[in-house]
Write a protein that binds this ligand. Structure first.
Ligand code: COA
Length: 92
């Protein structure tokens, strides 16, 4: 049984990273994904990351809503079916 998992994989430059987050179907909508990703972002910022991004299908309203809530910008500069969520640390 999977409850939830989140990760940020850092690039070689140590400044940028890509996130992924997954919460088991029956556990969704209880704040778990938000908490997991928020914790990962706090750690990444403390480690000196400047930017974290992730690719999200445009139909994935839950992730796009969650990303906006956490401070990500949504950019539509990829294939028509995808958005890139980007957060820059040190900006508010
Ligand atoms: C996207 C995902 C990680 C969200 O996890 P979650 O634990 O359900 O999200 P949370 O309960 O923390 O919700 C945080 C916010 O996201 C939004 N949200 C999440 N689920 C939602 C839903 N079913 N309907 C509407 N908004 C939703 C809300 O704004 C919510 O904030 P609120 O509860 O204060 O309104 C989860 O749906 C998931 O695992 N999806 C499949 C994998 C995936 O798409 N991962 C993202 C690509 S890496």
């Amino acid at each position: 049984m999977l409850l939830g998992v989140a990760r940020i994989i850092g690039d070689a430059d140590g400044k940028t990273g890509e996130f992924a987050v997954l919460v088991g179907d029956v556990w969704q909508g209880r704040g778990i994904g938000g908490k997991l990703l928020e914790k990962c972002l706090l750690i990444a910022e403390k480690q000196g990351f400047k930017t974290v991004h992730g690719i999200v299908l445009k139909e994935n309203k839950n992730m796009l809503t969650l990303g906006k809530k956490l401070g990500f910008e949504a950019k539509r500069d990829l294939d028509a079916g995808e958005n890139r969520l980007v957060i820059h640390f040190g900006k508010s």
